[in-house]
Design a protein around this ligand. Structure first.
Ligand code: HH2
Length: 254
């Protein structure tokens, strides 16, 4: 799954693809590089991000979805029912739902659904994330939501631990280390680690530096974690660097 953020403020590619022509060109590049799904988002959910209005979110994503839906599978990364519905009308066939609450929309529209776990809300989620056993709590939450979706008639349900969404670096690492506990639910697992802050912090620590390495310097960490996730049984990885990840996946598969 290749990431396309049509936003001014996403943590790694914010502002690069706000112009529809630039966004469409980038989507085509992701497809040419081997993305099976292009994940189009019009609202940043990075820690501390401010929400955007529904009309603005639609204005950002719909022209891009309309332009590329015939060329690749499109998922819509949104927390808003209205945006999800409009995106499906424009050609999206998967709702990537970081709020894990839009299963009835997916059922009604007859499309797939990704349920992602998040503790709290983007504005405050990194303030003080707390769990007893993070893996057990995330697993219980996701299985409950996935079963609700199946009961509501959604035929394609994915689960995603929500790396970085109300989680410390230690929580993220636990979720990756024990990914098999999510895979064993039987629901296909999606994992998104690409360029995230915990990688910047890990790489900085290994350099003996204090500040996290910048988002553009997190490729090796992104690839290591995506490859780990695939080897542990994740069926999809959500990444910015599609070409490098596809190559890693091919070697892994061989
Ligand atoms: N991560 C982000 C956004 N959407 N969706 C799923 N299913 N899993 C994830 O891990 C995930 C996601 C955050 O990354 P990004 O889109 O690059 O940044 P931003 O939220 O700032 O737009």
């Amino acid at each position: 799954m290749g990431v396309l953020n049509v936003t001014p403020d996403s943590f790694s590619d914010g502002g690069r693809f706000l112009d529809p022509d630039a966004a469409i060109a980038h989507a085509r590049r992701l497809i040419a590089e081997g993305a099976d799904v292009v994940d189009v988002g019009g609202e940043s959910t990075r820690p501390g991000a401010e929400p955007v209005s529904e009309s603005e979110e639609r204005r950002r994503v719909l022209p891009v979805i309309e332009a590329i839906a015939a060329e690749a599978r499109v998922s819509i990364d949104t927390r808003k029912a209205g945006v999800a519905r409009a995106a499906v009308e424009a050609g999206a066939t998967l709702i990537n739902d970081v709020s894990a609450s839009l299963h009835l929309v997916a059922a009604d529209c007859g499309v797939g659904w990704v349920a992602m776990h998040m503790q709290g809300e983007p504005a405050t989620m990194q303030a003080e994330p707390r769990y007893g056993d993070v893996v057990a709590e995330v697993r219980t939450f996701l299985v409950e939501r996935a079963e609700q979706a199946i009961a509501a008639g959604v035929e394609e349900v994915w689960i995603d631990p929500g790396i970085g969404f109300g989680k410390t670096a230690a929580h993220n690492l636990q979720l990756l280390a024990r990914l098999d506990e999510l895979v064993s639910t039987g629901f296909p697992v999606v994992v998104g680690t690409s360029r995230k802050r915990f990688l910047g912090a890990l790489l900085a620590a290994s350099d003996g530096a204090d500040a996290p390495v910048p988002t553009d310097d997190r490729l090796e960490g992104s690839l290591a974690t995506a490859t780990w996730a695939m080897a542990e049984g994740a069926r999809m990885v959500r990444v910015h660097d599609v070409l490098a990840t596809v190559q890693a996946a091919k070697v892994l598969a061989a």
